[in-house]
Design a protein around this ligand. Structure first.
Ligand code: ZN
Length: 71
């Protein structure tokens, strides 16, 4: 365990939460299921950040093209 995040995500109702007691078997507060709950791992967060950067680069690219066209 690296202790980056103690949050979990429920695959059943897509609800992210942080359990009060960080036990082995966290329960979803929405649907009270335990089997669909997975750790909200950092890799998903990482890809989210990459997607944001991709949008930024795409906007810069489009802005550059527009600048060259209308200059
Ligand atoms: Zn749930």
């Amino acid at each position: 365990m690296n202790g980056v995040s103690a949050s979990y995500i429920c695959a059943d109702c897509d609800y992210e939460f942080t359990p009060e007691d960080a036990g082995d078997d966290p329960r979803c507060p929405k649907c009270t299921r335990t089997e669909a709950v997975e750790p909200a791992d950092a890799s998903a967060l990482q890809s989210d950040i990459w997607r944001q950067w991709l949008v930024v680069f795409a906007l810069l690219f489009i802005a550059g093209i527009l600048y060259m066209v209308y200059e």
